[in-house]
Design a protein around this ligand. Sequence first.
Ligand code: AMP
Ligand code: MG
Length: 287
Amino acid sequence: MDISKYKIEHNSNFKLSDIETDQTGKFDSKDEAERQLAQNVQRMEELQSKLYAQDKYALLIIFQAMDTAGKDGAIKHVMSGLNPQGTHVHSFKQPSAEELDHDYLWRAVKNLPERGTIGIFNRSYYEDVLVVRVHDLVKTQQIPKEFITDDIWKDRFRQIRDFERYLYENGIITLKFFLHISKDEQKKRLLERIDDRIKNWKFSTADIHEREYWNDYQRCYQETIAETSTKQAPWYVIPSDKKWFARLMVSEVIVKTLELLRLEYPFVSKEQEKILNECRQNLLNEE
Ligand code: AMP
Ligand code: MG
């Protein structure tokens, strides 16, 4: 499968509106896609096991999207085969008073994955160039006035690029997914959350309010993605009107990324081998 089609180049002039949200690549139906997803999930499990044993790299997977786009579902399905011991999911909500008293990357840094593990961010520090920008929340933060200039978003894009490069050069690989849905698809999903009693708990009137800012969000996402997609920490824009296609694509990108790391179980030295043999002998000699 060609994942490069969904990868955004740094500073490219891509238009979010040019990317069809309902495309499903070469798949006509969800059956084949689900079969391949199951294979990828298995492959991810093997790769994760090596990642953990090797204890050198960490993988940070960021999910961003408009409400109802399927972040929670993607995390649940794609990660279903992973060992919980080597995986950590963190959701970014409205910042607490303590979080607001720090720089905006602080709460992300506190939740970065350890070496050998996979960290998943359900939303992330990208909210600080998205919701914060759309609703002009910077003014409500404690940042000294001289730093709140017209260039603040450009500055933040640079800070984020630098931060992700720092992570990369320390063995933490960042992958970023934007789950791209159409406004119509969101309407359909919001209506389902209202009409289906089992889905009522997922409905939030805040989502209806945010929907009014749809175009602003799309503009901010487009600029953010173009500015912060880098070789070290690429953005993938995943057509997500069809959940099964989005989940397959996400799994595909994760598998391909882990494969590029050429993970192997750590090599046992001659000395360690000697110790293993001694231990075996001792065990076998037990009464
Ligand atoms: P949910 O993901 O549905 O649980 O909602 C979390 C909410 O927190 C979303 O509306 C986000 O936009 C909001 N949020 C996350 N990070 C920030 C932030 N840095 N500033 C303001 N709101 C945020
Ligand atoms: Mg929500």
